[in-house]
Design a protein around this ligand. Structure first.
Ligand SMILES: Nc1ncnc2c1ncn2[C@@H]1O[C@H](COP(=O)(O)OP(=O)(O)OP(=O)(O)O)[C@@H](O)[C@H]1O
Ligand SMILES: [Mg+2]
Length: 299
């Protein structure tokens, strides 16, 4: 996520030297798991399950709002091709990402390129996280939640997950969701109003939030209604830049369990994975990072 706001104070804008043409933002490795039913083939005895790991970084520019246009704001950074972000003021300052989306890109296009493979991977048993990060008003909520007209990454992912289940006739699935917010460094359960100030614990399986409610979900509508109910409990406010600013960070987790669909359950292997979607603003990033609050581990 990147804001086109002038005088942005984040790392990229603070840079002032003009030496290299661009700086790679991430390693260039890509996770390219396309969904295919064969990917569910169980490993043989003693054979480790195949696992790939990869991080990609993408940037999405939103258009200037009518208020910004009225106030005479100008675009400070722009997408130069599909992978470069370049400064309007000094063309020698540029950064490379795995993918850069300009202001006319739709959320569906962002989803197809940046998120679909993560969802496909999670349905095959590979944990994945989609993480939206940016200053206030940069478009995190618009991109992750969206609205009726332009659904965000979360509803698109949920729809995709159920679509994959329908296409995968030889497996049965169990889906659970949880939804939490981190507000002033306190973890609250958005699916259970009584779940306040929850503790982050660690055991042999990894990091987890103690006592968080997980709901078994049966359809995309069911998931979206849980998210909508959770949003009611969320902290919002307004900033100088965003009238409807999300004052908390949120983590939506879809846990996917699947096993071969057969009459006898003897010796069946259950594939387990988590798809985590986080929305994190810049404002509390330093604190959250220090406390290591959100470290959801691969199971
Ligand atoms: N790609 C886009 N196209 C059109 N409008 C957008 C786009 N991205 C964001 N907006 C609009 O910009 C405004 C700010 O976006 P949004 O609320 O998503 O920011 P945010 O990053 O979630 O901010 P905060 O951290 O304050 O919650 C909203 O009115 C939103 O509808
Ligand atoms: Mg927001």
């Amino acid at each position: 996520m990147a804001s086109p706001r002038r005088n942005a104070s984040h790392g990229e804008a603070a840079r002032s030297d003009s030496s290299p043409t661009y700086t790679p933002a991430t390693p260039r490795s890509r996770f390219a798991a396309e969904f295919s039913p064969e990917a569910f083939d169980e490993p043989g005895a003693g054979e480790a399950p195949s696992a790939k790991e990869s991080v990609t970084a993408t940037v999405r520019f939103r258009p200037l709002s009518s208020r910004e246009i009225r106030q005479g704001e100008e675009i400070a950074w722009y997408a130069d091709g599909e992978t470069i972000v370049r400064s309007e003021h000094n063309p020698n300052i540029a950064y490379a990402y795995d993918r850069v989306f300009g202001p006319t890109t739709t959320t569906q296009q962002v989803y197809d390129v940046a998120a679909q493979h993560v969802v496909g991977g999670a349905m095959q048993g590979i944990n994945g996280t989609i993480f939206a990060y940016g200053v206030t008003s940069s478009g995190k909520t618009h991109t992750m939640h969206g609205d009726q007209r332009s659904p965000g990454i979360i509803p698109l992912a949920v729809k995709d997950a159920f679509g994959i289940i329908q296409e995968t006739l030889n497996r049965e699935f169990l889906l659970r969701v949880s939804y939490l917010e981190i507000y002033n460094e306190v973890v609250n359960d958005l699916l259970n109003p009584a779940g306040k100030n929850l503790r982050i614990r660690e055991d042999l399986q990894g990091t987890f939030v103690e006592g968080i409610k997980e709901e078994v979900v049966l359809s995309p509508t069911h998931v979206l209604s849980l998210i909508a109910a959770g949003e009611e409990h969320r902290h919002i406010g307004s900033t100088n830049f965003n009238l409807l600013s999300s004052r908390s960070h949120t983590i939506f987790t879809l846990t996917v369990e699947s096993s071969p669909f057969c009459e006898s359950n003897e010796g069946e292997t259950v594939t387990f994975s988590q798809l985590v979607q986080r929305v994190q603003g810049l404002k509390q990033q330093e604190h959250a990072g220090r406390k290591g609050l959100i470290s959801i581990k691969v199971c």
